[in-house]
Ligand binder design. Structure first.
Ligand code: C2E
Ligand code: CA
Ligand code: CA
Length: 279
């Protein structure tokens, strides 16, 4: 039995070893990439349904790997989060996005918001509001044009501390939204206490709309919930006209998704925004 156990253990151990080695080398490569600033940001346009205007751009980071080309965030954000590299990386993204939004304003797009994703670890870092303030100051961006996206994970831990950090960020004039809303474990009691501007309906619900009754019910309740809290509601992952029509009829405020545009490099934004498009 002992022998069998060892035999069984071997392949698993090799596999584990391989995984650890891969993780370590990814960690090292990522650390080097942060030092060398091998990251680029693409922007996902958001449209306001009532006006049909482009109102915001969500910053989405990509790793511009010297050999492998553009690597999507799913492939490195989790490791960056685990190892703490998300802190310098996240700060870089925040900095670059604010500078970019200021540039758009200077180019004659004065009301275009920029949305930046904040990882849980970044959100919990001491001194975050001060860092945001310094970055805003450095870029000269109107704080009202910055919105930070948080995930529902925050509902589960350190409620008082989370409210405290959110309040300090809101006092800078910066907006706060909950990303991927509906997929986590939100407590409605906590939600009510958070100083939020926006809920973003998770992409997962959009997929089966308008054919699945449950997804429709969930999307409609999130819109009603947001509006009862007097905050705006956005839909993510909108790909079809049928989804758009459902969202218009349901009173959703803003949408983003491939129907509007894929994420694009910043230099293409002014052209896109000034060309009038109807949604
Ligand atoms: P997210 O914040 O939910 O961003 C939306 C993701 O959905 C993006 O993927 C976007 O390209 C994709 N998407 C947009 N519209 C559609 C659509 O109509 N259909 C489909 N199928 N997909 C759509 P991306 O760029 O690969 O980013 C993935 C995730 O990585 C983001 O999800 C976000 O959680 C994370 N992420 C990206 N940039 C950052 C960052 O700077 N910091 C942190 N902490 N996380 C980031
Ligand atoms: Ca997001
Ligand atoms: Ca999202």
């Amino acid at each position: 039995a002992k022998e069998l156990g060892r035999d069984n253990y071997q392949p698993y151990s090799k596999d584990l070893h391989k995984r650890i080695t891969q993780r370590l080398s990814l960690h090292n490569a990522l650390r080097q990439a942060v030092d060398r600033q091998e990251f680029v940001i693409h922007y996902l346009p958001q449209v306001e349904l009532l006006s049909g205007r482009f109102v915001a751009m969500e910053a989405l980071v990509r790793w511009n790997h010297p050999e492998q080309g553009l690597i999507t965030p799913e492939q490195f954000i989790p490791v960056a989060e685990e190892t703490g590299l998300i802190l310098p990386l996240g700060e870089y993204v925040l900095h670059a996005a604010c500078a970019q939004a200021r540039e758009w304003a200077d180019q004659g797009l004065p009301h275009l918001r920029v949305a930046v994703n904040l990882s849980p670890r970044q959100f919990r870092q001491a001194g975050l509001p001060g860092t945001i303030e310094t970055i805003l100051h450095g870029s000269g961006l109107d704080p009202g044009l910055l919105e930070l996206e948080l995930t529902e994970g925050l509902f589960m831990r350190n409620l008082d501390e989370s409210i405290h950090t959110m309040t300090a960020i809101r006092e800078l004039g910066v907006g706060l939204s909950i990303d991927d809303f509906g997929t986590g474990y939100s407590s409605l009691a906590a939600l009510k206490q958070f100083p939020l501007n926006r809920l973003k309906i998770a992409q997962a619900f959009m997929h089966d709309i308008p054919d699945d009754a449950d997804s429709i019910a969930i999307a409609k309740s999130i819109i009603a919930l947001g509006h009862s809290m007097k905050i705006r509601v956005s839909a993510e992952g909108v790909e079809t006209l049928r989804q758009l029509h459902f969202l218009q009829a349901s009173g959703c405020d803003e949408i983003q998704g491939y129907l509007v545009s894929r994420p694009i490099p910043p230099e293409r934004i002014p052209d896109l925004v000034t060309r009038n498009r109807d949604f």
